[in-house]
Ligand binder design. Structure first.
Ligand SMILES: Cc1cc2nc3c(=O)[nH]c(=O)nc-3n(C[C@H](O)[C@H](O)[C@H](O)COP(=O)(O)OP(=O)(O)OC[C@H]3O[C@@H](n4cnc5c(N)ncnc54)[C@H](O)[C@@H]3O)c2cc1C
Length: 576
């Protein structure tokens, strides 16, 4: 394979030549004395008639946001004990939050306001939920929302599914663009983009499509998408814009590597087509540089792959002998890079005595091929007396393999995350060091999650010429861990807990992986030096795109590109 190495500044220099900056320069922000975004308690907050006018512009699709669990509170207009029971029973189900205009999976980011309660006399406040939301069904609604937020200097967020780990799809007093109902999908038997060296099948996918919808539609067409593992996570929202790892990534690359074209609305309210020659800076940045930052995406056209058989193996092993379990862990991690070389994705969860693969997912491989790759590892387990279960199944196509492998993951959790993209070189040369980090985590009682994914440039050099964190191209193991935030923690206690996990634990893997990074969509809220960690050498170029396309930060995302120019205090956003 031929790799084209292009540095970010060079790449940006090339694309900037095509870029019309006059439109971006024409964006003006009404400034307040304090240079903060206007919030509902400010005198400058838009009047009822301003909101009514916006509602008319978007054909009645403006929604006054009410927290989902307000039905549990007597003080609220929509109090309804029966509905409260429903919301309470389903609070941990992602679908409940996906289908609400403003609810999110992680209530920590709504400031834990208005949770389901059995005490109807308790009080429910708006917390960090947006004030209004537009139920977007076409790009003109996005234009209206962006123009309104920009002219009134209020916060704007985009909510697709609300799955974001860092709460980037909610904000106090914001106008939210709810993209969930942008559901159009069109498949093409023949699509050509010579500048990316691509000719083949493709699909144009609306920004509101969830993974489960995308996969079902692709299955009906006999093709596959490179998408995420979880059913209700979005496909074209934060997932693909942040890079997007997939059960198919070790074979075909990142989800962002599959993008051929886009439709977006930029911060100046202009609808734009985006591709390698049209608005190329956005084409580069929106493929890996993060959601909610550069523009609002309406659709993306992505390549599709012909369906293939997949073997899955939900391997488990465990031992009450701690020492032998960790010898087995070392042996397992020694075979993972070789398996990923063959296109295999492995997603596991481990304690300090037991590991379960959600599956080992092996596209285009048979059961005997997969077991063959693991045969020496099985022998090691036998020698160590470590118990294991290894029953593989071959499926005719991707859809069934995916459907039967990945169960639902709960919403509504009070938790925080730390993660690292451990380079393959480190995994191979210092396997014991990486295992000692996993021991450190799991000895605290936590479950550690590992993804053996090597996306490298497997989509081809031209398709991979994007803003995906360069740390992904070197990746051997994406290690994540989630810690519990005790109920009732104050904001100061949450901050202290976040600091503790970064300082006492994350720092240990950072020490043995100098210069590596973390995946912006599944990382610590307080990631140190997030610019380097989430974006690597692309950061300077991404910052220039942000400043040119959205000079007044109509769009802001915590740890997003350019977010260091702002300070958020109690949900109020002010210039730093
Ligand atoms: C259970 C679970 C499983 C996951 N599995 C995977 C996985 O397999 N692979 C992987 O790579 N990641 C995975 N993730 C992480 C996932 O990629 C991120 O949470 C991602 O941000 C979700 O995007 P969303 O659009 O669904 O969520 P949202 O919370 O709605 O949006 C996330 C961010 O993107 C922005 N955004 C959304 N839509 C648009 C748009 N149209 N235009 C501009 N900005 C937009 C939002 O403003 C926000 O900043 C998983 C997360 C969870 C919770």
């Amino acid at each position: 394979m031929v790799f084209i190495r292009v540095s970010t500044p060079l790449l940006f220099g090339a694309i900037a030549a095509f870029f019309d900056i006059t439109s971006a320069a024409a964006v003006h922000k009404p400034r307040t004395a304090s240079s903060c975004k206007i919030s509902p308690t400010d005198a400058a907050w838009p009047s009822e008639s301003d909101w009514a006018a916006l509602n008319t512009t978007v054909s009645g699709r403006l929604i006054k946001v009410v927290p989902l669990a307000s039905v549990c509170y007597e003080s609220e207009l929509d109090y309804d004990a029966e509905k409260c029971t429903y919301v309470t029973d389903n609070w941990m189900s992602a679908s409940l939050h996906v289908s609400d205009p403003a609810s999110i999976m992680a209530p920590l980011f709504s400031n834990n306001t208005c949770l389901p309660t059995s005490d109807p006399t308790a009080s429910c406040t708006q917390g960090f939920y947006p004030s209004y939301s537009i139920n977007v069904t076409d790009y003109t609604h996005v234009q209206a929302g962006i123009n309104f937020a920009r002219k009134n200097n209020i916060r704007l967020v985009v909510k697709n599914t609300g799955h974001d780990f860092l709460g980037k799809s909610t904000a106090r007093g914001a106008l939210s663009l709810w993209t969930h109902n942008l559901k159009d999908v069109t498949f093409y038997d023949s699509y050509s983009e010579p500048l990316l060296g691509y000719k083949g099948t493709a699909a144009k996918v609306g920004a509101g499509i969830e993974v489960q919808e995308a996969y079902a539609k692709a299955n009906a067409e006999g093709v596959m998408f490179v998408g995420g593992e979880q059913k209700t996570v979005g496909f074209i929202g934060g997932y693909i814009q942040g890079g997007g790892h997939s059960p198919l990534s070790s074979k075909y690359g990142m989800a962002a590597d599959q993008v051929l074209a886009m439709e977006v609305v930029t911060a100046d309210g202009v609808y734009r087509k985006v591709g390698p020659l049209t608005n190329p800076d956005l084409f580069w940045a929106l493929r890996g540089g993060g959601g909610g930052t550069f523009a609002v995406v309406i659709s993306m056209t992505v390549r599709t792959w012909k369906d293939i058989p997949v073997t899955t193996l939900p391997l488990t092993f465990n031992s009450s002998n701690y020492e032998n379990f960790w010898k087995a862990m070392i042996a397992f991690h020694e075979v993972l890079p070789n398996m990923a070389d063959k296109g295999i994705y492995t997603y596991y969860m481990t304690s300090n005595t037991s590991l379960s693969c959600i599956p080992i997912f092996a596209p285009d491989m048979t059961v005997s091929q997969v077991n063959g790759l693991l045969s020496s590892f099985y022998k090691t387990l036998d020698t160590l007396g470590v118990t294991y279960n290894a029953t593989a199944t071959q499926y005719k196509g991707f859809y069934d393999a995916w459907y039967y492998s990945f169960g639902p993951e709960p919403a509504g959790l009070q938790s925080g995350t730390i993660s690292r993209l451990v380079p393959r070189k480190v995994l191979e040369k210092n396997t014991e060091g990486v295992m000692s980090y996993l021991q450190d985590l799991t000895n605290t009682g936590l479950t550690a999650v590992g993804f053996s994914i090597q996306p490298e440039y497997k989509a081809g050099a031209l398709m991979s010429l994007n803003a995906v964190n360069p740390a992904w191209r070197q990746n051997g193991l994406h290690v994540i861990s989630g810690y519990i935030v005790p109920a009732g923690s104050t904001p100061a206690e949450v901050e202290a807990l976040r600091d503790y996990w970064v300082t006492e634990h994350l720092s240990k893997i950072q020490e043995i992986t100098p210069g590596a990074g973390a995946y912006l969509s599944e990382a610590a809220y307080n990631e140190p030096n997030f610019q380097q960690s989430f974006y690597g050498s692309h950061y300077p170029g991404l910052y220039v795109v942000k400043k040119l396309r959205d000079p007044n930060s109509v769009l802001y995302a915590h740890t997003g590109v350019g977010s260091e120019d702002w300070v958020e205090t109690d949900g109020i956003l002010c210039e730093a």
